[in-house]
Design a protein. Structure first.
Length: 520
C-alpha cells in the first residue's frame, strides 16, 4: 500500500488552452503552482474514443471502447427499433482495489458494483451515466442538509447564447457551484470520510460552461458577435478561476497527498448538434419517401446568415413544432407506462423519426457528436429492407448522398469525412455501432442537396463541444520528477492511479502506468 494518499481531481470538459492563457495573466495561481512541481502531460483520447461521448466511463472503468464493447452512449434495439441511453453497466476499476477509496461525483461510476467504495455519485455531474447514489446511504441527505441542492442544476445542459440575462445567470451559477463543490469535497474527505488512501473528485462545471458559453471565448465563432458573447466569456473565465480555487483548497487541505489532476480531452466549437440531430435524419427521410418531414423555421438571420433565436426563444420547443413526435398517442402512452431503463433522448429531433425507420433503407441514429447512419439490413434488423448482398452498394450510395450535401452558408461540402464500420460481417454490428459515421466540416446549420433540396438552416443549440485536441494531466508527489513529458494516452491515467496506490487488479484495464517514467 502507498505511504501517501492519492488525491485525484478530474476536470470534465476542460480546455487546457483557455487555462494556459489565463495562467499567463496570473489568474490561476493554484494550477500554476501545481504545474510547476508536477510531471505534466498532454493526453490523447485515443482514436475514435473521444467521439463516443463516454469519456467519463472510460476513466471510471479504465477501458477503451473496444475493451468495453461500447462505442456510443445510445443503444439501438434491432428487434423493436427502440433507442435508449442506458446507464453504465461496467464496474469501476476502483472496485478491484484494496485501497480505501472515497469518490465525489465522478461520472459513470457505478457504486452498486463497487461495494468497498464510499462516497456520492450524480450529485451535480454533467452526463452522470448513473442514477444518484451514495455509500453510506445517508450521505446524500447529509449533503443536502449541509450544502443544499446542487446550485446550478438548471444550467447543466443550459444553452443560452440567445439570451444575455440567461448567459449571465449561467456563468455566475456555475462558478458558485464550483465553490460549493470545493466545500463539499473538503468536508467529505477531511471530516466525514477521512480514512482514505484514494480520493476521486470530479469537477463538471467546466463541461457545462464550455458547451453553453463557448461563443464568448472563441473570436472565430459565428455567434461571437451576439449580445451575450462578452458575458459568456466572462462566465467561462469565472468558472476557471473557481476551479483554480477548488484545486488550491483541496491541495492545501491534504498536503501529504500525491495529486493527479487531469482532463481526458480538450473542448472547442460545437460542430455536430444541428447536422447530426436535425439535418441528417431529415436527409435520410427525404431520400426514403421523397418528401420533407421537417418544417422550415422562420427565424431572423444575422449579417452572416446564421439563424437567430429570439431572447425568449426555446430551441427544444421550436424543434418540437418543426419535427413533431411521429409516434401515435398509444405508443407515447405505452412508453410512459412501461418506461425504459436509461436517460430519455426523445427530446432529440432525430429520435422522432423512429416510427419511420422500419420502412426506410437507412436511418440516422440519435447522436450527440458525429453523424451516425444505420442501414436497415435484412437478417440483422427485424424488418430489414436492404439485403446483405446489397450492403456494399448501399454504403456507396449513402456516401454519395451525404457527400453531395453543401453547407448553404459557406457553399462548402457539409461532411469532412465519411467512415464505414470496420466489421468484416455487417451482421456483427453491435447495438452501439453505426454502419457509417460522418465527421462534419465546420458546423453546418443547413444542407443543400442537388436532388432533395434545402434542409434548414436551423439555429445553434450548443455553441461548444468536444472538438478540442489534447487533454492534460499533472502528477505531483513524492519522488515525482517535475517537467513536461509530452503526449500520453488518456487511458494511461487509470493504471497510473492503480500503480500509485500500490494496487493490483484481477481484471486488466486499458493503458499503461506512467509512474516509472516520472520517478525521480
Amino acid at each position: 500500500m502507498t505511504q501517501r494518499p492519492v488525491l485525484v481531481i478530474a476536470l470534465d470538459g476542460y480546455e487546457a488552452s483557455l487555462a494556459a492563457a489565463m495562467a499567463a495573466d496570473g489568474l490561476l495561481p493554484a494550477l500554476t503552482a501545481l504545474n510547476g512541481r508536477g510531471a505534466c502531460f498532454a493526453l490523447d483520447h485515443d482514436g475514435d474514443a473521444k467521439r463516443t461521448g463516454l469519456a467519463g466511463e472510460h476513466f471510471a472503468t479504465g477501458l477503451t471502447p473496444d475493451a468495453a464493447r461500447r462505442w456510443s452512449a445510445v443503444h439501438f434495439d434491432r428487434r423493436s427499433y427502440d433507442i435508449v441511453q442506458p446507464p453504465t453497466v461496467l464496474p469501476p476499476f476502483a472496485a478491484g482495489l484494496s485501497a480505501r477509496t472515497v469518490v465525489f461525483d465522478p461520472a459513470y461510476f457505478d457504486l452498486e458494483q463497487a461495494p468497498s467504495v464510499r462516497g456520492v455519485v450524480s450529485w451535480g455531474a454533467h452526463d452522470p451515466g448513473v442514477p444518484p447514489a451514495s455509500r453510506p446511504a445517508s450521505l446524500q441527505q447529509e449533503m443536502l442538509e449541509r450544502f443544499g441542492p446542487y446550485p446550478a442544476q438548471s444550467w447543466i445542459y443550459g444553452f443560452v447564447w440567445h439570451s444575455l440575462e440567461k448567459t449571465k445567470a449561467m456563468g455566475a451559477d456555475l462558478a458558485k457551484a464550483v465553490d460549493v463543490r470545493a466545500e463539499a469535497a473538503t468536508w467529505l474527505l477531511k471530516d466525514r470520510l477521512p480514512d482514505w488512501d484514494l480520493a476521486v473528485v470530479m469537477v463538471s462545471e467546466c463541461h457545462s460552461a464550455i458547451e453553453g458559453l463557448w461563443h464568448g471565448v472563441d473570436p472565430g465563432h459565428p455567434l461571437h458577435g451576439v449580445a451575450s458573447a462578452r458575458a459568456a466569456g466572462e462566465g467561462v473565465r469565472e468558472v476557471y478561476k473557481a476551479i483554480d480555487r477548488l484545486v488550491g483548497k483541496l491541495v492545501a487541505a491534504f498536503p501529504d497527498a500525491s495529486v493527479v489532476l487531469f482532463s481526458m480531452h480538450g473542448m472547442g466549437s460545437n460542430d455536430a448538434d444541428i447536422a447530426s440531430m436535425v439535418l441528417l435524419p431529415e436527409l435520410l427521410y427525404r431520400d426514403a419517401f421523397g418528401k420533407p418531414y421537417l418544417a422550415q423555421g422562420g427565424w431572423d438571420r444575422n449579417a452572416d446568415g446564421v439563424p437567430m433565436l429570439a431572447e425568449d426563444g426555446d430551441w427544444h420547443e421550436e424543434m418540437r413544432v418543426l419535427a413533431p413526435d411521429a409516434r401515435s398517442r398509444f405508443d407515447r402512452l405505452r412508453a410512459r407506462l412501461t418506461g425504459r431503463v436509461g436517460f430519455p433522448i426523445d427530446w432529440m429531433p432525430g429520435a422522432r423519426y423512429r416510427p419511420f425507420w422500419p420502412r426506410m433503407p437507412a436511418f440516422a441514429l440519435p447522436s450527440y457528436y458525429d453523424g451516425r447512419i444505420r442501414i436497415n439490413l435484412a437478417g440483422r434488423e427485424a424488418r430489414g429492407r436492404t439485403p446483405l448482398a446489397g450492403y456494399r452498394a448501399a454504403c456507396d450510395r449513402l456516401e454519395d448522398l451525404v457527400g453531395a450535401c453543401r453547407d448553404p452558408l459557406t457553399g462548402q461540402p457539409a461532411a469532412a469525412s465519411i467512415q464505414r464500420s470496420g466489421r468484416n460481417d455487417p451482421r456483427d454490428l453491435s447495438p452501439t455501432e453505426a454502419d457509417i459515421v460522418i465527421t462534419w466540416a465546420g458546423a453546418p446549420l443547413g444542407f443543400d442537396h442537388p436532388a432533395l433540396g434545402r434542409i434548414g438552416p436551423t439555429p445553434y443549440r450548443r455553441t461548444g463541444g468536444h472538438t478540442g485536441r489534447h487533454g492534460m494531466a499533472v502528477i505531483a508527489g513524492e519522488r515525482v520528477k517535475a517537467g513536461s513529458y509530452g503526449v500520453a494516452s488518456a487511458f494511461d491515467i487509470a493504471p497510473t492511479i492503480v500503480d500509485m496506490v500500490g494496487g493490483r487488479l484481477a481484471t486488466p484495464i486499458s493503458g499503461a502506468s506512467l509512474l516509472a517514467a516520472i520517478r525521480a
